[in-house]
Design a protein around this ligand. Structure first.
Ligand code: SF4
Length: 386
């Protein structure tokens, strides 16, 4: 059996079902009384699947599927990176995920601080960071990024009696409030959201009901295989057609094999026992009320911001590298620009030499488009291959 035959037999990558869903999508988009229709997903994993499987090339011409602020590394704000850099430069050992290493701060990334001799470690998980702390005598700070799914893991470690020399510098973010910001942005053309299935396994799909009621924008929770995404889009456009005929917008769960209305209540209990929401800036986007996750006072002893006198101000005396001012990551994450709108894309800015955060992370739109292409023309690719 050829590998491509095996691939085609995977239940959620079946070409015949994909073609049928694609046809249904074409018909539904044609039923709308306006064109084009723009919908947004808020997840790097969705963008990876869309790009990797060439789905955008198969979408109807009048369907615009935009990636929003779904890359946690990309939305980690510059002052948050500056805090981690300042800590490391002061001699405190900082551990973080590999993706965070090259995210630019005001004048330095953690990778550049490490090149200058600052103690920066790469870990694969918060558990590994806590284990690392057990093996050393000095203080170890975990620079924690990620959305609510990842914050649950951070909470679980803090609830499991971590060592005394371990603390957290939280840059965790909470997705639901930023959907409101994007929906309210002047000139926003987003008519529906495809919500991330993995985050919804924790939060449950019911969390989006209030958003839909307030903003009148439907939400469909979708998984990450090609058929999951196509089926989620079919449901979303079906709802938009029904709304045009007078139905109320609603939330639908197109990922029922993993997501329930209530979500994982044990995980939610851990998350909210350790974290609270606060307002804060998301890089390039806006101040997002309740968009940041910070440690509750009961866990202040593990809060690096309380434990250390962090002073990033010396970093602000240096001007940022010139090209950074041309980076359009913020517009891309707000859904009003594409990576190919940026003149630096693929030239001055590449995964090897990233200018902006969107080219650093494997969940960043620019890096994904650089790797797979954003709007691949599958006919051209087929012609080149034959
Ligand atoms: Fe920023 Fe680079 Fe993307 Fe341009 S290509 S928007 S500089 S990350």
């Amino acid at each position: 059996m050829r590998p491509s035959d095996a691939l085609s037999q995977l239940k959620f990558r079946d070409p015949a079902q994909a073609a049928a869903l694609r046809e249904a999508l074409e018909q539904l988009v044609g039923q709308l009384d306006h064109a084009p229709v723009s919908v947004m997903h808020v997840c790097g994993s969705h963008e990876q699947a869309i790009a990797k499987f060439g789905l955008r090339a198969a979408f109807p011409r009048d369907l615009d599927v935009i990636m929003g602020p779904g890359c946690p590394v990309c939305v980690t704000d510059v002052p948050e990176v500056d805090e981690a850099v300042a800590l490391a430069r002061s001699g405190v050992r900082v551990a973080t995920y590999g993706d965070m290493l090259r995210v630019p701060g005001t004048s330095q990334s953690l990778a550049e601080a490490r090149a200058d001799g600052a103690p920066v470690e790469v870990v694969y998980s918060v558990v590994q960071a806590a284990e690392l702390a057990r093996t050393v005598d000095e203080e170890l700070v975990f620079f924690a990024s990620g959305f609510e799914t990842t914050a649950v893991a951070t909470a679980a470690v803090l609830l499991a009696d971590p060592p005394d020399n371990f603390s957290i510098l939280s840059a965790h973010k909470y997705i639901p409030p930023v959907m409101e910001i994007v929906a309210e942005m002047p000139g926003s053309r987003i008519e529906g959201f495809l919500a991330a299935g993995h985050a919804a396994t924790i939060t449950g799909w019911g969390i989006f009901e209030e958003f839909v009621a307030q903003h009148g924008i439907p939400v469909v929770v979708a998984g990450f295989e090609p058929l999951d995404i196509l089926a989620g889009l079919v449901r979303l456009i079906e709802i938009l057609v029904e709304v045009e005929h007078g139905a109320a917008p609603r939330v639908e769960n197109a990922f029922p094999r993993c997501v329930t209305r209530e979500g994982n209540q044990a995980a939610q209990e851990r998350l909210w026992r350790v974290f609270k929401t606060t307002g804060g800036r998301w890089r390039g986007i806006a101040h997002v009320p309740n968009g940041n996750l910070r440690l509750r006072d009961a866990y202040a002893r593990f809060d690096a911001r309380k434990r250390f006198d962090i002073d990033p101000s010396p970093l602000w005396r240096h001007a940022p590298p010139k090209l950074v001012s041309q980076c359009q990551c913020g517009d891309i994450m707000a859904g009003i620009a594409s990576p190919t709108d940026c003149q630096l894309f693929g030239h001055e800015c590449t995964p090897q030499n990233p200018v902006g955060a969107c080219m650093v992370s494997s969940e960043g739109t620019c890096k994904i488009w650089h790797q797979y292409g954003g709007h691949p023309d599958l006919n051209q690719i087929g012609r080149r291959a034959s």
